[in-house]
Write a protein that binds this ligand. Structure first.
Ligand code: MLC
Ligand code: AMP
Length: 503
């Protein structure tokens, strides 16, 4: 058996209908996607990829990039997708840490990736947006038939990096069972069927676009309108042919700001799902007022995929993330004692279930720190259950900013800022932003007698860090507010700069 291949990939072989619809409306049938993934699997095989090896990908979203994921499942290797915004210094860390056998990069990044791959003994292939690059050259010459590796429920399928509070990114290891159990639960909870056509505008290098959107669609034999990114004009043009859409809250605020956000254009949709960041109750209500559609909000994270969801039938309550999914236990505990708290009380949210990951890649101590003895994983989110069992995410105990659905760990950005000439120290915070929900802001203390401009911080950071992690603005101060223990009071800073991006 190969758990995920059998459930998600094998059924494609007999599908002559469209599974993917490209932006130019050309269709990719199941048979074609299956054959393409077989060809890519042969390329990986010939490059020495064995079950358990890692295959990293940093390239633009495309049908071929998706086929690479399916090929990895077939050869039993671990798929390791990476955000296209990552800079070479970040890529060097990921490749060094995960030690992939193969790296597939975009054509434009190949010159920067070559020395990184040489340094870490990885074979480099390229994949462009137009079915081009060395991966496709080799795939076209390869056979479509390729053996399927044996993979059981506990074998790993994917490593997804998530940043950490210490500033070092951690690779979350997800097994076949983790991913399939979640895809099956969500398909059922959200009533997905082969009649569905999902408007797919999310990136496929994160849990939302890959494990929720793609895995759920493949699991039920649905089709996807596969767009390279969220572009409001393209989304509004294509949505008439879709039945469902999944997005981060920024998708919905951008749609709300558009004149085409009407019942005529959106009323036919069966389901809109939101997640990855808090959807403001106000956005939920406005969307319903404008379109008649009640967005279904759910809650998850890279380490656990999806944990809870508002009901499909029944009240989708604005500002809440609904109920635990079947077979998943969620509890709210006292941060000091670890004791479970009664409904209505606010505490740390912990989760246990078949969805919870296998630990952080080569970080056993970090893994142990984040799990309780009884197997519950400490999410780092602060939440409460209301009397009807709905969960509300109140905040986070982890120092994290979520900007447009991307996570930014302040520690990583602060370390880069503190290394700059003229900087004494810094604090990075998230403040409300009308488009991204939260935006990254840096508060910097220059060395005594040094005068600095924002660009002296932002420009060098942009050479080292993905753009979404870079501060949108910088404030200079003489000293950071600290409590009696000497800890920086980020809450004070968040209050001080709360209206930075408000009209
Ligand atoms: C782009 N930029 C961002 C940004 N995205 N800055 C902060 N936060 C972001 N999320 C930068 C760009 O580099 C650009 O910089 C400027 O901001 C404006 O870009 P844009 O053209 O407006 O952005 P766009 O390309 O439209 O992207 C915005 C977005 C995208 C929201 C569509 O970020 C996106 O697709 N986010 C989805 C993230 C996601 O999938 N998260 C799921 C994680 S999984 P400049 O300087 O060049 O102008 C997870 C688990 C779960 O969390 O529960 O799902
Ligand atoms: P990531 O590490 O990218 O998977 O991000 C996971 C984090 O996103 C969670 O721990 C939450 O803090 C946040 N998150 C995801 N979905 C929601 C939601 N619906 N509401 C509030 N926060 C969310």
């Amino acid at each position: 058996m190969n758990m995920l291949f059998d459930a998600l990939v094998a059924p494609l072989e007999s599908r002559s209908d469209a599974v993917l619809i490209r932006p130019d409306n050309s269709e990719v049938t199941g048979e074609q996607l299956f054959a393409l993934s077989g060809q890519i699997a042969n390329v990986l095989h010939d490059a020495g990829v064995k079950p358990g090896h890692r295959v990293a990908m940093q390239c633009e979203k495309s049908v071929e990039a998706l086929a690479l994921y399916l090929a990895c499942l077939r050869v039993g290797s671990l798929f390791l997708p990476l955000n296209t915004a990552y800079m070479p210094a970040e890529m060097d860390y990921f490749v060094g840490d995960a030690e992939p056998t193969v790296v597939v990069s975009s054509i434009k990044a190949a010159d920067q990736m070559a020395p990184i791959c040489a340094n870490h003994n990885a074979t480099l292939f390229t994949l462009g947006e137009n079915s081009d690059g060395t991966l496709m050259d080799a795939a076209r010459a390869a056979a479509t038939d390729c053996p399927v590796a044996e993979r059981g429920p506990d074998d790993l399928a994917v490593i997804l990096y998530t940043s950490g509070t210490t500033g070092r990114s951690k690779g979350a290891m997800l097994s076949h069972k983790n991913l399939l159990s979640n895809a099956e639960s969500l398909s059922e909870a959200w009533r997905f069927t082969s009649d569905d056509r999902l408007l797919h505008a999310l990136p496929i290098f994160h849990a939302h676009g890959l494990f929720v959107a793609v895995n759920v669609s493949l699991n039920v034999g649905a089709s996807m309108i596969f767009l390279p990114k969220f572009d409001i004009d393209v989304v509004m043009e294509k949505i008439g042919n879709a039945t469902t859409m999944m997005g981060v809250p920024t998708f919905y605020t951008r749609m709300l700001a558009d004149a085409r956000c009407t019942p005529e254009n959106l009323g036919h949709m069966r389901l809109f799902v939101s997640g990855s960041a808090p959807l403001l109750a106000e956005t939920h209500r406005e969307f319903e007022a404008k379109t008649g559609q009640r967005i279904l909000e759910r809650y998850g994270m890279t380490e656990t995929t999806m944990n809870s969801s508002n009901p499909y039938d029944g009240e989708r309550r604005a500002g809440t993330v609904g109920f635990p999914l079947p077979n998943i236990e969620l509890r709210v505990v006292d941060p000091e004692t670890g004791d479970e708290l009664p409904k209505g009380e606010i505490g740390n949210l912990e989760v246990r279930g078949p969805n919870v990951f296998q630990g952080y890649w080569r970080m056993p101590e970090k893994t142990a720190e984040d799990f309780r003895d009884d197997g519950f994983f400490i999410t780092g989110d602060i939440a409460k259950f209301d009397q009807d069992g709905y969960i509300t995410i109140i905040g986070r105990s982890k120092d994290l900013v979520i900007s447009g659905g991307y996570n930014v760990y302040p520690k990583e950005v602060e370390s880069e800022i503190d290394d700059l000439d003229g900087v004494n120290e810094s604090a990075v915070i998230g403040v409300p932003h009308p488009d991204f929900g939260e935006a990254v802001v840096a508060v910097v203390v220059p060395k005594s007698g040094v005068a600095m401009e924002a660009d002296q911080i932002i420009s060098p950071l942009q050479q080292r860090l993905a753009k979404f992690k870079c501060p949108k603005t910088v404030f200079f101060v003489d000293a950071l507010p600290r409590n009696t223990m000497g800890k920086v009071q980020k809450n004070e800073l968040r209050k001080t700069y709360a209206t930075t991006f408000q009209a």
